[in-house]
Design a protein. Structure first.
Length: 232
C-alpha cells in the first residue's frame, strides 16, 4: 500500500513531539528539563526522550577527541608560576609551507653568531583564514602544533584580535594529553620507540667499533629535539 512509509515517519515525529512534553512533565518535579546538569546528561544520552537540544552557552556538549579547531603550539609543562614551558617548535617552517590558505607566519630566532636558532621568536596564525584542515599538525615533524578544541573565539574586533601570536597560541603538553588522550599516548609511544631504536643502533655501532655515520636529516631532527630538551 502506498503511503505507509510516510505515515510511519510522521508517527515517529509525533512520538518525539509528545515525548518532549512528557519529558518536561517528568523533570518538572526534579529541577526542570533545562539548565539542570542531571537532565542534560540524560537528554544527551541514549535514554533521552523527545526533541533533544542544547541550551548553549549554559549547556555545552563535550568535544570528541577527533574534534579540531584553530591550532595551538605545544610547549613543555610550565615551571611553577609560568603559563607554559619550552617550545617544541623548532621554526622549521614546514607547517607554513603546507598550510593551504597560507595563514601561518613564523619569525625564526637567531643565535649570537647569526646562525638560525631552532626556536620561533614569534609565531602568528590568522584564525579568520585558518580552515582547520589539520595539515600543519599532520606535517609537523616535532609534534609541536596541534588542533585545539576551543571553539569560543568570536570577537567584535575583525583585525588584530584574530591574529594569534605565539603567546596566545602556546599551550602545555598536559593540555593536549587532556583533550586528546589517545592520540597523545600514541605519539608519546612513537617518540619513545624512535628514541630506543636510535640508542640501540648507537650501542650496536659502538660494539662493532664502527665510526659514526655522516649526519642525516634524522640526526638533525634528533639534534634539534635535544636542543629543546625533548625525547626523540
Ligand atoms: S612544522 Fe612544527 S616545528 Fe616546524 S615550524 Fe611548524 S610547528 Fe614549528
Ligand atoms: S589547520 Fe590548516 S589552514 Fe589552519 S593553520 Fe593549519 S594548515 Fe593552515
Amino acid at each position: 500500500m502506498y503511503g505507509v512509509g510516510i505515515l510511519k515517519g510522521m508517527a515517529v515525529t509525533l512520538k518525539h513531539f509528545v515525548d518532549t512534553y512528557l519529558d518536561d512533565i517528568y523533570w518538572s518535579s526534579r529541577g526542570g528539563r533545562y539548565y539542570n546538569d542531571k537532565a542534560f546528561e540524560v537528554r544527551q544520552s541514549l535514554k533521552g526522550k523527545g526533541v533533544k537540544t542544547v541550551f548553549y552557552p549554559e549547556e555545552k556538549l563535550p568535544m570528541p577527541e577527533r574534534f579540531r579547531f584553530v591550532p595551538f603550539l605545544v610547549t613543555d609543562d610550565p615551571p611553577p608560576g609560568q603559563n607554559w614551558g619550552k617550545d617544541w617548535c623548532t621554526s622549521c617552517g614546514i607547517c607554513a609551507k603546507v598550510c593551504p590558505p597560507q595563514c601561518i607566519w613564523i619569525e625564526r630566532g637567531k643565535l649570537p653568531n647569526g646562525r638560525p636558532k631552532p626556536e620561533p621568536v614569534n609565531f602568528y596564525i590568522d584564525i579568520d583564514i585558518c580552515m582547520n584542515c589539520g595539515f600543519c599538525m599532520e606535517f609537523c615533524p616535532f609534534d609541536a602544533i596541534k588542533l585545539d578544541h576551543d571553539y569560543e573565539l568570536a570577537d567584535y574586533d575583525r583585525t588584530t584580535a584574530h591574529l594569534f601570536d605565539k603567546e596566545r597560541l602556546s599551550k602545555p603538553i598536559s593540555y593536549w594529553r587532556e583533550i586528546a588522550p589517545q592520540k597523545a599516548a600514541a605519539e608519546e609511544a612513537a617518540r619513545t620507540f624512535a628514541e630506543q631504536s636510535k640508542k640501540k643502533k648507537k650501542a650496536k655501532r659502538g660494539a662493532e667499533g664502527e665510526q659514526e655515520p655522516a649526519p642525516t636529516l634524522n640526526d638533525e631532527y634528533a639534534r634539534q629535539l635535544m636542543y629543546r630538551g625533548a625525547s626523540y
